[in-house]
Write a protein that binds this ligand. Structure first.
Ligand code: ACO
Length: 462
């Protein structure tokens, strides 16, 4: 598809491409360059600039990738203007109603919803991989009890690469498949052990007759000294949260996994890099940050003060759980989460003092011209924290749950890299270099006599 493979010259390209092209005029030289327009099945067309450098000697500049498509993908589609999210073509609302999390995992990995037999076999395979190697379990003892569970996740998932390196040949489809199953299956065990370790409680073993979400709850909250009864309302709510977080196309953590994977790196190490990226408060760490923010607001009367802070350019404070790079309308996951939040709290008979604050904050922000003009709507993380609190999840575990859910998305994208036509090219962005021009090495005697002032430099000042 790339023009460099097809066309002998820019003129020929322009003629042959006709209206399915974009012409770039360099106003410095008057030169014209033609680039093909490529169309997906949904969404805006893209300009294929893969031969831009060879034609023009220039790169594109797009910090934060606001206008850049980094790959082809068949997995997830988002229409941010209309607030649409599709997994393999299926609307998220329908999947939340009709499927369970493992159905969605199957769908994301294989492209179709499973038949009855496929679903049963997939569940059996995943169930068979839920236990951790006992040597890996002892790895937890190296962490401080007070360590953040996401720090433990990064470490332990990265350590899986040490356990499964020799039998993970990324060029062998069977070994890729087994690695994917291990990752999806072990993530609830790894995440829940981070919590158990912080509490000083014994690690629970997975139980094979439970569903994915039920097993997660048991691993988190059961203790060996008594029977644990699973609350079906809580299990359903967790399953729904897992589905809503399962994939979201080329977000920061998924792009991180793809970039790490593009070098042929071990998949467990690649997923650890995705977990690290997810942890940030601008991404998956927002669900924890939302809860902390609602606590800090404390009461409905304080909301205007915090909204004013969020609008103040000199104040670093942002309304957590608001805004999204792609959604310029309501995040469809937030709509489901909001409704689910009311249902779960009602069904569990929980009255959370943070809910009225969240509802009022949403109401005030949605009427405020700052948020309207910037198209800042609640995102998936705005209400998920309140649901998770009602189900008993401790706040530091919120992002861990997100990581457990998103593992299938990361794995599906990593798998896709090995089946698509862009497979084996290493990801390697370019840059706009703004540093010193070539200069000769300075001997110590002639260097300026400066006293150390590194903090100034770390603060970004010249
Ligand atoms: N509160 C106040 N102002 C905001 C917010 C917010 N939550 N989000 C964006 N803005 C403002 C910015 O200050 C900026 O204003 P300006 O144009 O006057 O400079 C404008 O809106 C655009 O913001 P950017 O940061 O450039 O938008 P970007 O697309 O890069 O960032 C992001 C998106 C990171 C989600 C941002 O909206 C944010 O920080 N939100 C809060 C954190 C959050 O909820 N993250 C979860 C995202 S969902 C997920 O990852 C699962």
């Amino acid at each position: 598809m790339a023009a460099k493979k097809i066309f002998a010259s820019a003129e020929v390209a322009g003629e042959l491409l006709g209206k399915d092209s974009v012409t770039l005029v360099n106003n410095r030289t008057g030169e014209q360059h033609h680039f093909p327009i490529v169309d997906g099945t949904e969404g805006p067309s893209l300009i294929d600039i893969s031969n831009l450098y060879s034609q023009t000697g220039m790169f594109t500049y797009d910090p934060g990738f606001t206008s850049t498509g980094s790959c082809r993908s068949d997995i997830t589609f988002i229409d941010g203007e209309k607030g649409i999210l599709l997994y393999r073509g299926y609307p998220i609302e329908q999947l939340v109603d009709g499927a369970d999390y493992l159905d969605v995992c199957y769908l994301l990995l294989h492209g179709e919803l499973p038949s009855k037999l496929e679903g049963e076999q997939f569940a059996a395979v995943i169930t068979n991989h839920t236990m951790l190697h006992e040597q890996l379990v002892s790895f937890y003892r190296g962490f401080k009890r007070s360590a953040h569970p996401m720090a433990i996740m990064v470490g332990v998932v990265g350590a899986l690469s040490a356990f499964y390196h020799s039998d993970t040949d990324v060029h062998d489809p069977y070994q890729r498949m087994v690695a994917a199953h291990r990752l999806i299956a072990k993530m609830p065990t790894i995440g829940s052990y981070a919590y158990k370790y912080s509490k000083g409680q014994p690690f629970m073993y997975p139980k094979n007759d439970l569903t994915f979400s039920e097993n997660l709850l048991r691993l988190m909250f059961a203790v060996p000294s008594e029977e644990y009864t699973i609350n079906p309302i809580v299990a359903k709510a967790i399953d729904r949260i897992l589905i809503l977080h399962a994939d979201h196309e080329q977000n920061a953590s998924t792009s991180t996994v793809r970039l790490a994977g593009s070098s042929g790196a071990n998949p467990f190490a690649c997923i650890a890099s995705g977990i690290a990226s997810l942890w940030g408060p601008a991404h998956g760490g927002a669900n924890e940050a939302v809860l902390n923010m609602l606590h800090e607001i404390g009461s409905v009367e304080n909301i205007p003060k915090f909204v004013a802070r969020a609008k103040d350019k000199d104040d670093k404070f942002r309304l957590m759980g608001f805004g999204h790079r792609v959604y310029k309308n309501y995040d469809p996951r937030a709509t489901i989460m909001r409704q689910s939040c009311h249902e779960v709290l009602d069904e569990l008979g929980v009255s959370d003092p943070l809910l009225p604050i969240a509802l009022e904050l949403e109401k005030i922000a949605l009427k405020d011209s700052y948020f309207i003009e910037k198209k800042l709507y609640p995102n998936v993380d705005f209400y998920s924290g309140i649901i998770l609190r009602a189900t008993g999840f401790p706040v530091p575990m919120f992002t861990v749950l997100f990581a457990i859910a998103r593992t299938v998305g990361w794995v599906a994208h990593w798998k896709e890299m090995y089946s698509g036509d862009e497979t084996q090219r290493i990801g390697r962005p370019r840059q706009l270099y703004t540093g010193a021009r070539r200069r000769d090495f300075q001997q110590l005697e002639i260097r300026k006599n400066r006293s150390p002032n590194w903090l100034r430099l770390w603060a970004g000042k010249k």
